[in-house]
Write a protein that binds this ligand. Structure first.
Ligand SMILES: Cc1cc2nc3c(=O)[nH]c(=O)nc-3n(C[C@H](O)[C@H](O)[C@H](O)COP(=O)(O)OP(=O)(O)OC[C@H]3O[C@@H](n4cnc5c(N)ncnc54)[C@H](O)[C@@H]3O)c2cc1C
Length: 402
């Protein structure tokens, strides 16, 4: 794998990428291909995104042949469904192949504006000046926990699926899994042999078969062009979440090993109360209710709406010049927040970002003061020069051990 090695790269730090999961790595690849060496900041201790934190039994819903980032095919049988750890390993190798140092254990706590530049503030107190920012921090650290009536009285375990690892804690228990997406179906299915399980959903479940005409559905998502449909249309087409039944949930349901009910109305001490008034004891409720973008560090900047969602169009910030997003659900298409789709999105947002960094508006004669100019020759405050130099050294192959 070789990205943008042939020509001289821009000095590191002009672009700060926040997050080194698949989205941050795809962004980094797209930047390197345009001879821009970013400074990549990752809160965790390695570049694998949230994959190592997913539940133990997780297998990718897409076959290996449809689970690659650009530039490095997923190894092995293209028809198999890779395990969680295989995906994490693949991302680690992809990160190594990019050939730049990734600043791990570096959490961004806020981003501010300083004239024409951004100031990226890290938990360890660094203030990094940047001409452009790629927010690729995923959503796993922001589980969505919708409040239910009487929740504070519930004496059972109320957990989000983000904290679920395996069935061991639930053996012999009465468990309600709340949700209507892939995680809800997979975890309900996994618990069914050891616990008494109900999947409770706010709307009827909708399934995509894993195989159609002997081929995986991902083949058809590509062949039919479904993956290219614009995000704006998808809500009208899919309605709500759709389950790729990769684990045989529908068969388990048909076998009577679990059941599906409309979402319960409220909690009442050790019980849930169903819509028909039935009050039933529950040992645990697992919320498979999704996530929200982990972008709290952009609140101070004013880049988010009142609900904390980014103001953007296709991943391009509509509030701040030089700010882009990657890895948002339905950012541009059905495939945006997936291994198979994020690389195309990276090219779509990094191309304009590169033009911005290279000062395209000024070059064509647009120098109005209203334009937020990213291409300032000075990107680093005095205290950050060491960091900038470090990044530049890395770009020329020198490992600084930072
Ligand atoms: C349970 C589950 C199963 C999935 N299965 C599949 C699948 O089979 N196939 C598929 O294609 N997709 C799947 N997805 C969807 C998607 O591919 C994954 O969620 C993927 O991890 C998203 O990658 P990401 O880089 O956008 O975010 P993440 O993987 O979450 O990576 C974001 C990175 O940013 C870092 N970060 C966060 N905040 C900060 C901060 N403030 N400062 C610095 N760093 C920060 C995090 O530590 C993390 O490393 C699944 C998702 C889930 C939740």
């Amino acid at each position: 794998m070789s990205f943008g090695q042939s020509t001289q790269r821009s000095s590191a730090g002009q672009v700060v990428v926040i997050g080194a999961g698949q989205a941050g790595l795809a962004a980094t690849r797209a930047l390197l291909e345009r001879d821009i060496v970013p400074l990549v900041l990752e809160a965790g201790d390695r570049a694998a995104g949230s994959w190592p934190c997913y539940y133990d039994s997780l297998r990718a819903f897409s076959p290996a042949g449809f689970s690659s980032l650009h530039g490095m095919p997923f190894p092995g049988d293209p028809d198999r469904y890779p395990t969680r750890d295989e995906v994490a390993g693949y991302l680690g190798r992809y990160a190594a192949g990019l050939g730049i140092e990734i600043s791990t254990r570096t959490r961004v706590v806020t981003v501010r504006q300083d004239g024409h530049r951004f100031v990226v503030v890290t938990a360890d107190g660094r203030h990094l000046l940047a001409g452009a920012v790629v927010a690729a921090s995923g959503s796993f650290s922001s589980p969505h926990r919708p409040a239910s009536q009487g929740q504070e009285t519930f004496t059972g375990a109320l957990v989000h699926v983000a904290d679920y690892r395996n069935p061991s804690a639930y053996a012999g228990k009465r468990v309600i899994v709340a949700g209507a997406g892939d995680s809800a179906a997979q975890i309900a299915n996994e618990l069914a042999p050891v616990a008494r399980v109900t999947l409770a959903a706010r709307h009827p479940l909708r399934f995509i078969p894993q195989q159609i005409g002997g081929k995986d559905v991902h083949y058809w998502l590509r062949e039919t062009g479904f993956d290219s449909l614009p995000a704006e249309w998808l809500n009208k087409i899919t309605g709500a979440s759709v389950i790729t039944d990769s684990v045989g949930f529908q068969q388990t349901l048909a076998d009577g090993a679990l059941d599906v009910r409309p979402m319960f109305a409220r909690f009442d001490s050790g019980h849930v109360v169903w819509g028909d008034g039935e009050r039933e004891r529950a040992d645990a409720v697992i919320l498979a209710t999704g996530y929200r973008p982990s972008l709290g560090y952009l609140r101070e900047l004013g880049a988010l709406d009142a609900q904390g969602a980014p103001l953007h169009s296709g991943g391009i910030s509509t509030s701040h010049l030089g700010l882009v997003y990657l890895g948002l659900e339905f950012q541009r298409s059905y495939a945006s927040n997936t291994l198979r789709g994020v690389s195309a999105d990276a090219d779509a947002v990094i191309a304009p970002l590169a033009a911005w960094i290279r000062d395209a508006p000024r070059t064509i004669g647009l120098t109005t003061p209203q334009i937020h100019r990213a291409g300032s020759p000075v990107f680093f405050a005095e205290e950050d020069r060491a960091l900038a130099r470090c990044g530049t050294d890395v770009a020329s192959g020198c490992s600084t051990g930072r």
